[in-house]
Design a protein around this ligand. Structure first.
Ligand code: HEC
Length: 254
């Protein structure tokens, strides 16, 4: 019985050792395999890096500003006036406006007229065709803030050739970085403000809805590029977002 137990013990001990050996072998193999796959992953990453670096240098299909300039010109939905403009900035600006910041998504008349029939992406129509007749002309209504409807404004240049109705680059920076409403179209309601005011806690001196708290993080060069692009697009008549009576009515472009 005892012998049997000892035998059993020896037998069991051998079995345990065998199992431990096998485990160790498996672990070694797994370890080697893991190392192997890590090496493979590292190799893939390294190759990817080399390939993408090469691509960035060789055919510029990567993420450089030059490829953005090229795409910017390819996707601009309106003819661009490049006279007296920095071509690279216009192209980059078009990329930022049309591929990234979706300015026209809000600064168009309405979602119904943003695209031309036959090129309405949401109908499954290809290729997408943005409506040049409303492009960046403003007019989308974002609803009432008190008595005032917040309406996106016309960003096309006026007859002076400066964008969004004649703003200098310094003005543009104030708008994009601080949200200043230079036109003071909707002051904060107070005892002295007229009826065209927006109620606190909204600050009427600031543009509402407009995503300037996001755009303020852009680099100077990106904002300069957007400004240069806005100089190059065609003028559209009208001054949506104006309080009644302030409309330039037909005199914006000529
Ligand atoms: C989510 C909608 C939305 C997007 C996207 C948007 N805007 Fe606006 N923007 C507005 C609205 C609405 C106003 C007017 C706000 C008000 O009256 O308080 C405005 C106002 C402006 C003004 C002030 C115009 C003036 O006459 O003073 C400028 C400039 C402007 N936007 C530029 C841009 C640019 C450039 C982009 C893209 C980079 C952009 N916006 C994207 C909604 C938008």
């Amino acid at each position: 019985m005892t012998k049997g137990f000892v035998c059993g013990g020896v037998y069991l001990g051998g079995l345990v050792r065998n199992i431990q050996n096998i485990e160790r072998q498996i672990m070694n193999r797994q370890f080697l395999k893991a190392i192997g796959s890590l090496t493979a992953v590292a190799a893939v990453i390294a190759t990817g890096l080399v390939v993408s670096t090469q691509r960035g240098h060789a055919d510029d299909g990567g993420d450089s500003d030059q490829s953005k300039v090229r795409i910017g010109f390819a996707i601009a939905p309106v003819p661009l006036n490049l006279t007296g403009k920095n071509r690279d900035l216009v192209g980059l600006g078009s990329y930022l406006v049309n591929a990234s910041a979706d300015c026209n998504g809000c600064h168009t008349k309405s979602p119904d007229t943003q695209y031309v029939f036959g090129g309405i992406p949401y109908f499954g129509q290809h290729p997408t065709k943005v409506n040049p007749a409303t492009y960046m002309g403003g007019g989308s209504d974002f609803g009432p803030f008190g008595a005032v409807e917040i309406v996106s404004r016309n960003l096309t240049p006026d007859k002076t050739g400066l964008p969004e109705g004649g703003n200098t680059f310094d003005d543009f920076l104030k708008i994009m970085r601080k949200g200043t409403d230079l036109d003071k179209w909707h002051p904060t309601c107070s005892s002295t403000s007229g009826p065209h005011c927006i109620p606190p806690p909204f600050d009427g001196s600031l543009l509402q809805v407009m995503p300037w708290p996001t755009f303020q993080n852009m680099t100077d060069n990106d904002l300069r590029a957007i400004y240069e692009y806005l100089r190059a697009i065609p003028c559209l008549e009208g001054d949506p977002g104006n309080p009644a009576g302030a409309d330039t009515k037909g005199h914006r472009c000529h």
